[in-house]
Write a protein that binds this ligand. Structure first.
Ligand code: EPS
Length: 392
């Protein structure tokens, strides 16, 4: 079974992750993982924390001489900021006389939109730091490291994954439609990983404006996977449907409030003749063809061989410098919500996290379909299946 899990608090010692179910023999390049971690940190609108962190993965188990062993892969990403929080985040019991309130940075004013209040109520936390440290999007660095391993597995099956920002703070008015090559042309150092330079310049100006105002912005990212073979996921039960699994994976990214596959919500207001992708056949290439891909590569919860296209819609970040109204959980008096520091927006970073979540979901589906204990065994099973499709 392929699965992954993460642990770690935002200002704790480190983030850790365990990935289980990777086949043996998969090449693992730590620099490739680190490049993904760097991509997640990039983006106009990030705050002071990203100047402190320089995320690097360290493999603790499951990899030997640059290849997986088939055993659980454990990795760790150090929090450089930890040294500034050792007392606040200490795992040892603290004597209250040696821990004055101001030093403990207790949080009592929940931020609307964050997990603070709901989590505080649920876990009976009187210091909301007990909630926010784990609810922080810092955790997504660990997911990106896991996703980098999933990407390495998928690349053995010819799958490539990219992401880009298609809307930020309502700019442009409708989300951008960009083909695979267009996404590939976005330079690595584009401030917001957006294919349209004019729209990007307007987004940057809006980020500046909202930073001045102490406000925040959301937006829409798109993840595209190319080379995904038809037949991942299944129509046979609700939990096997890959569209549902992808939606869940993307919805679990902090601030994502909606997910769309292919034409997504727009399809709901169009007639069937303008939505469904007609089917043709290329006799020479022995392949079914589609002139359009409004389905986003998924039909019946199964990949259909077209590009997989999924979008994540983010609400604005819930930590505002110009804090919203809240209530002190102790005094019950009206107060402004807590603010330490924050990003104005993190939509490009969410796109990279989206890539990781898509990669992990596809890797799980590929492990189900092609099995194999060694990556070459998996690849043989995959090639045999591809032949079966060609002869269909
Ligand atoms: C976050 C708050 C900020 C962000 C953080 C998510 O961190 P801090 O509280 O340390 O200023 O920078 O994102 C990351 C640390 C990251 O690695 O993406 C939050 O409250 O969710």
């Amino acid at each position: 079974m392929f699965r992954f899990t993460t642990a770690g608090e935002s200002h704790g010692r480190a983030l850790v992750a365990v990935v289980e179910g990777l086949p043996a023999g998969l090449p693992v390049d730590v620099e490739v993982v680190n490049r993904e971690l760097e991509r997640r940190q990039w983006g106009y609108g990030r705050g002071g924390r990203m100047k402190i962190e320089r995320d690097r993965a360290e493999f603790l188990s499951g990899v030997r001489h640059g290849r997986t062993l088939g055993s659980p892969v454990a990795l760790q990403i150090e929090n450089k900021d930890w040294k500034n929080w050792t007392a606040v985040m200490s795992s040892e019991a603290i004597d209250p006389s040696e821990a004055p309130e101001e030093k403990m940075r207790r949080v009592k004013r929940p931020r609307p939109g964050h997990a603070d209040l709901a989590g505080g109520l649920k876990y009976d936390a009187r210091d909301l730091r007990d909630i926010l440290e784990r609810a922080s999007a810092r955790e997504t660095a660990a997911r990106v490291a896991c996703g980098a391993l999933a990407k390495q597995l998928l690349s053995a099956l010819g799958v490539e994954i990219r992401s880009h920002v298609v809307q930020l703070g309502g700019i442009p008015a409708a989300p951008l439609e960009v083909d695979w090559e267009g996404i590939g042309r976005i330079p690595d150092d584009a401030p917001l990983r957006c294919a349209d330079e004019e729209a990007q310049a307007a987004m940057v100006a809006l980020v500046d404006e909202k930073r001045r105002e102490g406000d925040t912005l959301g937006g829409v990212f798109e993840v595209v996977a190319r080379g995904v073979v038809a037949g991942l996921g299944s129509h046979t039960s609700w939990e096997a449907k890959l569209d549902g699994r992808l939606a869940r994976a993307l919805m679990s990214i902090p601030a994502v409030k909606a997910v769309a596959i292919g034409a997504g919500v727009e399809a709901a207001s169009l007639p069937g003749s303008r939505v469904h992708d007609e089917i043709g056949y290329d006799a020479e290439g022995h392949a079914f063809t589609r002139p359009t891909n409004r389905a986003g590569g998924l039909e019946g919860g199964i990949t259909n061989g077209e590009e997989l296209r999924v979008r994540g819609f983010l609400k604005p970040i819930s930590t505002l410098r110009r804090a919203l109204r809240s209530v002190d959980i102790e005094t019950k008096e009206e107060e402004s919500a807590a603010f330490e520091r924050s990003d104005v927006t993190a939509v490009p970073a969410a796109g990279v996290i989206g890539e990781a979540m898509v990669a992990l979901t596809l890797a799980e589906a590929a492990r189900e379909k092609f099995g194999g204990d060694h990556v070459e065994e998996m690849r043989r099973n995959f090639e045999a299946y591809r032949e079966q499709i060609r002869d269909y």
